[in-house]
Ligand binder design. Structure first.
Ligand code: SAH
Length: 470
């Protein structure tokens, strides 16, 4: 390569990487440019050169993409969250669809000509078909709290891959009442001189403000994460928060370790109920602070409907829901007519609080054909099969980003279900696992991406696999 650090050049952006960064070639050498869109011509400065590729900074867009748009949020470029705000929504959706296709082809070796690749489900409408905006959708916030240079408490975001706080109090993808609640808590800290956490010294008190809201029930939960045992002026905080519409649960979570993990193991209820409730597709769910719950309620409904469609239940099946969280997919499927009449669901999840929620949720909805087990799916499922739980017609998996444990994939193959429905939040690990399942006799039949994270680069995918007939 003839260029060196700090050189500027004109670059044609040909493609976009997995986080939405633009990719162009100079002398046949790939350069990654944050903030540049496919199809654009840009002027860049070379920042870093590695053996195979390099990074360049966007200086000017000389020929913009028709999908370029002005970000709504003033800190969009600096904040690590919304990596696609400079792209219009149609552009975001086709970028995500392409990402899923590319991973399945390149990593998964899937022949897409043999697959029904259904159009991505975007957030142009809500679950009832009414027009929706791909903004203000998040039902959960966990904002870090730090002090500014004057010593005042501030909240915002850590800049991408760092612990540098970018102050922001009006997150555009957050439900507005959640932002308002966070601001009120910052005012409370200011009024009563409650110290913010100081990471470098591991001193100070308030580390994070965590807020969750039930979309259908409007119930709100606040959980203050503290580096200590005691919150001064807690009663004043409760008095203020109680006035917020829907406030149901106020908790303290203690996290005194030097860690990036937001929540500590111990939660104390200060006021109200230890859980909030929400509904999805007519099923009611209780949610604890430590339990996973999908963050985009409008799109979750579409995601679960897609799982239901791909599972194609006829009645009488035994369905496994692995990585089940609070049992949302399990109970959603168990409550459908074919399974309600006959059939059952077995859910497995590693977080004890989530499994407690799942069991309570089954009772809450009078669902008697669902059983839940706590532990690592890779261990629990093989143990259950040894104990005689061998019937498996459909296996749903919904693992975290790292994908399924390989031991679990082997167990699933041995259980030989007719169908596997793979729900994934990372197309790369999805494609890796699909390849392994393909080698063991499972064919990809249907694929559909769902946009759970408008304005951000991540994409959710549902894949329907079918056992090849022998
Ligand atoms: N299907 C659920 C949860 C999906 S998120 C929903 O839609 O809400 C993934 C879940 O996997 C989380 O609840 C996480 O706690 C759980 N998990 C992570 N590793 C696990 C493992 N090894 N075994 C079982 N569950 C695991």
């Amino acid at each position: 390569m003839n260029y060196k650090k700090n050189d500027t050049l004109i670059l044609k952006i040909e493609d976009m990487g997995k986080d939405g960064e633009g990719i162009g070639h100079a002398d046949g050498y790939a350069l990654f440019v944050k903030g540049a869109l496919a199809g654009e011509t840009v002027r860049v400065r070379i920042m870093k050169i590695k053996k195979q590729y390099g990074f360049a900074r966007l200086l000017e867009v000389t020929e913009p993409s028709p999908h370029r748009t002005t970000p709504l949020c003033p800190v969009a470029a600096a904040c690590g969250g919304c990596t696609l705000q400079h792209m219009d929504y149609a552009g975001q959706l086709s970028f995500k669809e392409k990402k899923v296709r590319d991973c399945l082809v390149r990593i998964g070796g899937v022949d897409m000509d043999k697959v029904e690749f259904m159009p991505i489900l975007g957030m142009e409408t809500d679950d009832a078909g009414v027009a929706a905006e791909p903004w203000h959708y998040r039902n959960k916030a966990q904002f870090p709290v730090r002090s500014d240079e004057q010593g005042n408490p501030v909240t915002g975001f850590f800049a991408g891959h760092s612990h540098r706080l970018i102050p922001a109090d009006d997150c555009r993808i957050q439900y507005p009442l959640i932002n308002k609640t966070v601001s009120l808590i910052i005012n409370f800290m200011q009024t009563y001189s409650i110290p913010a956490y100081r990471e470098a010294e591991h001193k100070g008190l308030v580390r994070h403000i965590y807020v969750r809201r039930g979309y259908h029930t409007k119930q709100m939960m606040v959980c203050l994460v503290i580096n200590g045992t005691f919150l001064p002026h807690a009663s004043e905080l409760i008095e203020m928060l109680k006035e917020i519409e829907g406030m149901t649960s106020i908790c303290l979570n203690r996290n005194t370790s030097r860690t990036n993990v937001v929540l500590g193991p111990e939660t104390e209820l200060l006021w109200g109920s230890p859980v909030i409730e929400d509904t999805i597709g007519g099923v009611k769910y209780q949610i604890s602070p430590l339990s996973f719950y999908q963050v985009n309620p409008i799109q979750t409904e579409k995601l679960y409907q897609t799982v239901l469609q791909f599972a194609d239940l006829q009645g009488g099946e035994t369905v496994w829901d692995l990585y089940c969280g609070i049992g949302t997919i399990s109970l959603f499927l168990a409550s459908q007519t074919p399974l309600k009449k006959s059939g059952r669901v077995i859910g497995v999840e590693i977080v004890p609080e989530a499994i407690e929620n799942a069991k309570a949720n089954a009772r809450l909805n009078a669902i008697t054909n669902a059983d839940f087990y706590c532990g690592a799916a890779e261990d629990v499922v093989s143990n259950l099969t040894k104990q005689g739980e061998t019937k498996a017609d459909v296996i749903v998996v919904d693992p975290p980003r790292k994908g399924c444990d390989v031991k679990l994939l082997h167990t699933i193959v041995q259980m030989s279900p007719e169908k596997i429905v793979y729900v994934s939040c990372d197309p790369a690990t999805l494609a890796r696992d699909v390849k392994m399942l393909g080698a063991e006799g499972y064919e990809v039949k249907k694929v559909r991406a769902v946009d759970m994270f408008p304005q951000g680069g991540h994409v959710e995918t549902v894949v329907g696999l079918q056992r090849k007939s022998m």
